[in-house]
Design a protein around this ligand. Structure first.
Ligand SMILES: Cc1cc2nc3c(=O)[nH]c(=O)nc-3n(C[C@H](O)[C@H](O)[C@H](O)COP(=O)(O)OP(=O)(O)OC[C@H]3O[C@@H](n4cnc5c(N)ncnc54)[C@H](O)[C@@H]3O)c2cc1C
Ligand code: SF4
Length: 506
């Protein structure tokens, strides 16, 4: 059952076996698994339920309504980096690109070596990956839907001896409409509100939207409930709720889960809550061709190149509608007007970095965390190399100009000019970046002194309080995270169910 809080009593009380807070890649699979295991589950989501087709492809309106703070969440640091987040039923998955990778085994083993994950092996994740891939219908992007933007980069990459591949995606009915990050107008992408959430509801979970969790109720060191406020359509307080529950699962994402704990002053004996923020910072290059490409037509993120993944550099497709692309180009006035007149002759690809840089989330005022993050020297070098490779790929594919995300190297006209970049000293503040994968702010590990949750994702400090979202990753993941978040969430749910069964007098 999916209910909006504005249809409930203004002072709402309930009891449950488990309350899940947040309905994104962490919360939705959790609610599904616990409900299908027979528990009485209530899932609380601060955002609303949205009907994407009714937006009639109006990307501005989607951004205003569905992105948290209309897409203006930013880091403070060098450089300042936007971190878009979803604030809706389905969490950030409703506005994501649909790329699906399993957790790299090498990364999981590094986490195990560095932090100790007793009782948790990579093999435990495999059945969960299989469930997820079936549930959200993961398959490779097809050449019919990827469009010329991806195929053009693939052509140039092959000429340089690289190995471009179609991306695995959760969009079984994809028609290549090119708007994934504004919600799929064709309802092809199986984001959480179209997959795990209806499945949770079918299994008896109650899902309440426009409900913001604010206070954790703790008794004798155990989580015992949650209270908070209902939100009006204008996001004002419109009521309040208290739910008593035996298990509380925090799935507010890597920015808002630590924010919640810091505001409550809980689960932070380690001092690590909010620290160790990784974001997979990303840059993009845009190339101009003589011929028409119509890069807007087709899956924006349809191909990838992972030849440099071991160095922390991944290349993945991207493109944006004109209004959004225009304010990210390194040009102004007539120059910008002239570039945009050639919108149909542009192509674009992204460079994502596995970051050794790390930042911090602190509790700001009202409902706004503050995010500090600066790119370090090692990651700046990764960007320099990645940007140069992407530009070379485009010149191989026949580009006449490449627009760069690097202050001082705005437009490059040929590979000779790239040599100047190669010799140049680049500072972090020269980079124009964005980031789509915050993680790591409540990291997992065996040692309560340097981690927030254990290998079953239960907090070291408060029993029956679990964290199931991107914040539990122990370092930068290196691939797009949604499937990993879902799989870790199912692992956590499986163990909650086992624990309850072991203790219930049967
Ligand atoms: C533009 C974009 C493209 C992306 N593309 C991809 C991709 O192709 N592949 C991929 O793997 N990943 C992608 N991602 C990232 C991926 O979507 C996220 O990593 C993932 O959704 C995070 O899951 P989560 O559960 O940690 O948090 P979220 O999905 O953000 O869910 C958290 C939810 O908690 C809610 N919440 C927060 N606080 C409260 C509270 N106090 N009470 C109630 N509810 C609360 C929020 O409203 C939100 O709905 C993309 C992200 C963006 C922004
Ligand atoms: S490319 Fe278009 S049809 Fe395919 S998932 Fe994205 S928005 Fe939906």
């Amino acid at each position: 059952m999916i209910l909006d809080s504005n249809n409930l009593e203004k002072d709402f009380h309930a009891t449950a076996d488990a309350v899940v807070i947040g309905s994104g890649a962490g919360g939705a699979p959790m609610a599904y698994k616990l409900a299908s295991g027979g528990l009485k589950v209530i899932l609380l989501e601060e955002g609303k339920k949205f009907d994407i087709p009714s937006y009639k492809r109006n990307s501005w309106k989607v951004m205003r309504d569905i992105y948290r703070d209309s897409g203006t969440v930013l880091t403070l640091g060098a450089p300042s980096i936007p971190i878009p987040l979803g604030n809706a039923l389905g969490g950030t998955t409703i506005i994501n690109s649909g790329t699906c990778f399993r957790t790299p085994e090498k990364v999981f083993n590094e986490w195990k070596k560095d932090f100790g994950l007793s009782g948790f092996e990579y093999s435990h994740l495999i059945p969960h990956f299989e469930t997820i891939e079936k549930m959200i219908g993961v398959s490779d992007a097809t050449d019919e839907t990827v469009g010329s933007n991806n195929l053009l980069f693939a052509k140039g990459a092959k000429k340089l001896g690289l190995h471009p591949k179609p991306l695995p995606r959760n969009a079984p009915g994809c028609k290549g409409a090119g708007l994934c990050v504004f919600g799929c107008p064709n309802e092809a992408k199986t984001s959480m509100e179209r997959s795990f959430i209806p499945a949770a509801s079918d299994n008896g979970a109650t899902i309440i939207t426009s409900a913001r969790a604010e206070k954790l109720i703790v008794k004798n060191g155990k989580a015992r409930g949650i209270s908070g406020s209902f939100r009006s359509p204008e996001n004002k307080k419109s009521g309040k709720f208290t739910i008593e529950a035996k298990n509380i699962i925090l799935s507010c994402g890597a920015i808002y889960s630590p924010f919640f704990l810091l505001k409550n002053g809980l689960a932070n004996k380690s001092g690590q809550v909010g620290k160790n923020l990784h974001i997979h910072p990303a840059a993009k290059v845009v190339a101009l061709f003589e011929e028409t490409i119509n890069a807007w037509s087709g899956i924006p993120q349809g191909y990838y190149v992972d030849d440099y993944a071991s160095e922390g550099i991944m290349f993945e497709g991207f493109f944006l509608p004109p209004a959004f692309l225009s304010f990210t180009l390194p040009a102004f006035g007539m120059d910008l007007k002239n570039f945009m007149a050639d919108y149909s002759k542009m192509a674009g690809f992204g460079i994502m970095v596995t970051d050794s840089s790390h930042g911090r989330v602190i509790a700001g005022i009202d409902n706004s965390p503050m995010i500090f993050y600066s790119v370090n020297k090692a990651d700046t070098e990764k960007f320099k190399k990645g940007i140069e490779i992407a530009a070379r790929v485009y010149f191989e594919a026949g580009a006449i100009k490449v627009l760069m995300p690097l202050n001082g190297f705005d437009v490059i006209n040929n590979t000779d000019e790239l040599k100047i970049l190669h010799e140049a000293k680049i500072k972090p503040s020269h980079l124009e970046l964005s980031a789509f994968h915050p993680m790591g702010t409540c990291r997992m590990g065996d040692n309560p002194k340097n981690s927030v949750v254990n290998s079953f994702l239960e907090t070291h400090d408060i029993k029956n309080l679990f964290i199931a979202d991107a914040s539990v990753f122990s370092s930068s993941l290196g691939v797009n995270p949604q499937v990993s978040i879902m799989a870790f969430s199912l692992w956590c749910a499986e163990n909650i169910l086992k624990k309850i069964k072991n203790f219930s007098p049967s």
